[in-house]
Ligand binder design. Structure first.
Ligand code: ACO
Length: 441
């Protein structure tokens, strides 16, 4: 049987090292034995953006980006989207198994029990400007939850971690809805415990004078979107939650780091960027011109491309289906036509084919959210509600993983050698000094 190891020869010294392979990986720290001298620090790997580095072992989500596979705890995303509720999926991710009837009912009841936020959170939200971005509000308010629940610092107690999970899943939609109402100058609509998770959230966002005509098709569509966003293994925001959580801070602070990461246009902000792009294109006839600017490198086709999926994002496929259900209720969004045509052209174009660029989860989700009545800057907030169970599950897994320590990457230092302090009056033109420094390198 072949040996599960690689043999590395250091051509600087002629020495050979044998490095064990486990699960198709080698340990980066095993390379540290490769040295040119005793006082050499040892070899490191250079991997900006973690393109080829597994930072953990995880049993939560499986993705095969070449074969369009996404599974939560082994269950295909297609089956969960069709048959499960969001809270069932949240339970599956956080607790490891699908709940039985009793467990689900307890889980739902506990979450309902915690939907209210402290009155001071409402005051805190009122402090934001009328035009504050709702993601900024969400990020601030979730971070602030750590001050309302100082017991959340007790991260080594499983019962306490469970309580904070429940709290966050329960309160996130409330805070999100309050942020929505704030930007519209509407009074906050408080949680209603006679409604289910999605129904309550929709009611808190759209109810006027206590009245809201629930549309079950739209609510189920929203629920499916949340399920599709619930986890996606080691993406940017989840890595942020894990890295920040690795300092053993409370989960609210760790999750607010995830929300901050999600806010960016290359991550959760992409669905907002897709609609802006569709608006800018404006008309089907202008698509070829736009595609040319993308190919020229001065623009990106937002909602296309993914670090992991090098084929059609399975979530995008499901979302496209949901879009038709929604548009049947709301009437066609004229931007859908542009999006469909854009997709058709891009999928036939050599530039996108060669780079394996396919629609991702964000390509159609914005169109749906807009048809449901959510403004563009709110889309990422919806994504955050969906992603919360994933963040919490990954945070817990990180804490319980004996291999994990505080996240602390290495660097390759490329700055100045040691130099003497220059008194202020002797410092010349800073830019000139900098130019000289760079030219000496
Ligand atoms: N439009 C045009 N070209 C693209 C796109 C795009 N959307 N995405 C990648 N490319 C090109 C790059 O220019 C690069 O071309 P080159 O090899 O000629 O330089 C090549 O494809 C590889 O791209 P990278 O940027 O190296 O791929 P990476 O894995 O780093 O980026 C990302 C992934 C950030 C998602 C990227 O595809 C992108 O910016 N997409 C648009 C934003 C978007 O939709 N983000 C949502 C992602 S899904 C999510 O977060 C939920």
């Amino acid at each position: 049987m072949p040996k599960e190891s690689v043999t590395v020869t250091d051509n600087r010294t002629g020495k050979t090292y044998e490095v064990p392979i486990t699960d198709g990986t080698i340990k980066a720290t095993d390379l540290r034995q490769i040295k040119v001298s005793q006082d050499d620090f040892g070899m490191m790997t250079y991997d900006p953006a973690f393109m080829n580095t597994a930072a953990c072992r995880s049993s939560i989500t499986f993705i095969d980006g070449d074969r369009s596979i996404l599974r939560y705890r082994g269950y295909p995303i297609e089956q969960l989207a069709e048959r499960a509720s969001f809270l069932e999926v949240a339970y599956l991710l956080c607790e490891g198994e699908l709940p039985n009837k009793q467990q689900l009912s307890k889980w739902e009841d506990e979450i309902k029990f915690h939907t209210y936020v402290h009155t001071n959170i409402t005051k805190f939200l009122e402090g934001f400007r009328y035009d504050a971005h709702p993601m900024g509000m969400l990020l601030g308010a979730v971070g602030a939850l750590s001050t309302f629940y100082p017991d959340a610092k007790n991260i080594h107690d499983p019962a306490n971690r469970y309580l904070q999970r429940i709290r966050l899943l329960a309160k996130l939609p409330t805070i999100a809805a309050f942020a929505f109402r704030h930007s519209r100058g509407l009074p906050y609509e408080f949680p209603r415990n006679d409604l289910d998770y999605i129904g309550n959230f929709v009611n808190m966002t759209f109810s006027i004078g206590g009245q809201h005509q629930a549309n079950k098709v739209l609510q189920r569509a929203l629920e499916i979107l949340l399920i599709l966003h619930a986890d996606h293994e080691q993406n940017c925001s989840t890595s942020a939650v894990r890295a920040v959580g690795s300092s053993h801070v409370d989960p609210f602070s760790a999750v607010s780091a995830g929300i901050a990461a999600l806010y960016g246009p290359l991550h959760g902000g992409a669905n907002e960027a897709v609609l802006q792009m569709l608006d800018e294109i404006g008309d089907k006839k202008d698509i070829p011109g736009f595609i040319e600017t993308v190919k020229g490198g001065s623009d990106r086709l937002m909602g296309f491309g993914h670090r992991v999926y090098k084929s059609y994002d399975p979530r995008a496929k499901l979302i496209k289906k949901v879009a038709y259900d929604v548009f049947e209720q709301t009437g066609l969004n004229p931007k859908l036509e542009i999006a469909l045509e854009l997709e058709r052209i891009a999928l036939e174009d050599e530039y996108f084919i060669k780079r394996k660029l396919y629609p991702n989860v964000d390509f159609y989700s914005g169109l749906i959210y807009q048809a449901m009545g959510y403004p563009m800057d709110y889309f990422t907030v919806l994504f955050a509600i969906g992603r919360a169970p994933g963040w919490l599950a990954q945070w817990e897994e990180m804490l319980l993983d004996k291999d994990q320590k505080i996240a602390r990457p290495r660097q390759i230092y490329v700055g100045s050698e040691e130099r003497d302090f220059v008194p202020l009056e002797k410092r010349g033109d800073r830019r000139k000094v900098e130019r000289e420094r760079v030219s000496k390198r």
